[in-house]
Design a protein around this ligand. Structure first.
Ligand SMILES: [Zn+2]
Length: 315
């Protein structure tokens, strides 16, 4: 690879070069530098990559602010310059991710860090690598232990699409159970921390339903949480946040319905009404077309909160 000095240009300012030096450690612009393409191409690639890394940092903050992630859980994205690599934070609370220096590149093939000297990462990064391996159209993965979602992973009550903003859920949200995969000698801590566990979870995203859906957007994980996927970071964040919100709405509907049943006899309809298949398909299209609006709100909320630091966000 040509060194950065070889590209010291006259049409890129010193700030951009400094940022380039910072982000190039995460492969930004590397594809074009390696191919010795034009400075313009390398610079454009760098800027796209830099924007994706900053979006990943913002996503960490949004998911904490929206109570989808707490000290645990994580978000990743597939590297825009190299689909065989994904990027996520090292082992720290998502709210405290503050710069590209907190991010680590991993190989999709085996979840090994690209930098052999990388610091400690999340144990459950195999969730991410195995999903990227099985689904080439997935570019972002989020894993959450949402308090609102957890009751649906242990109660036998299936998660259903309660409202149109959660149409992406479809009419079936699968439940992954790691229990049967354990060997007697395993530490049964529920963590998806091996390729075997990750591959099994990833396979649960496949659907054989004649519904027109190629795969599920969200999979629940028994006594653990859920995982959501998207073709972009924004889409994955949208789905994770509204999975969490949908769970709260559905729980409240169940509580109200049970209260009504206990207060009066002769109730004509005993089932709660959820979106039907056609309504989920239509709503999902609307969801995908409108995700920029909530993202703008959520990004502004974390931008003005002193809780969250993004050192690379502005010049
Ligand atoms: Zn977990």
């Amino acid at each position: 690879m040509r060194g950065l000095d070889a590209w010291k240009p006259t049409d890129v300012d010193s700030w951009t070069l400094a940022k380039w030096a910072s982000f190039s450690s995460l492969g930004c612009g590397g594809k074009h530098l390696e191919a010795a393409l034009s400075l313009h191409q390398a610079s454009s690639s760098f800027q796209q990559c830099e924007a994706a890394l900053q979006t990943l940092i913002t996503a960490n903050h949004i998911l904490h602010h929206q109570k989808v992630l707490d000290a645990y859980g994580h978000v990743s994205f597939r590297h825009p310059d190299n689909p065989e690599v994904f990027v996520m934070s090292g082992d720290r609370a998502p709210a405290l991710v503050a710069s590209s220096a907190d991010l680590i590149e991993y190989r999709v093939v085996d979840s090994s860090p690209v930098d052999p000297n990388a610091r400690k990462g999340y144990q459950e990064r195999f969730i991410h690598s195995e999903i990227y391996k099985q689904f080439s159209d997935v570019n972002s993965v989020i894993h959450s232990h949402s308090e609102a979602v957890l009751p649906f992973t242990m109660s036998g009550v299936a998660m259903q699409p309660a409202f149109h903003i959660a149409g992406f859920l479809g009419t079936e949200v699968p439940l992954y159970d790691i229990t049967d995969l354990y060997q007697p000698e395993d530490q049964q801590d529920m963590l998806v921390n091996t390729p075997k566990f990750g591959a099994s979870l990833a396979a649960t995203f496949s659907t054989s339903q004649p519904s027109g859906r190629d795969s599920h957007s969200v999979v629940l994980m028994a006594n653990h949480g859920f995982t959501a996927v998207g073709t972009s970071i924004k889409q994955a964040v949208y789905r994770a946040v509204y999975t969490h919100i949908n769970a709260g709405i559905q729980s409240n509907a169940i509580i109200l319905r049970n209260a009504q049943l206990s207060l009066q006899s002769g109730v004509s309809e005993t089932k709660i009404r959820y979106l039907n298949e056609k309504q989920t398909m239509g709503s999902q299209k609307m969801n995908d077309a409108s995700q920029d609006r909530p993202w703008g709100l959520w990004a502004r909320e974390v931008e003005v909160s002193p809780m969250y630091v993004n050192r690379d966000a502005s010049r």
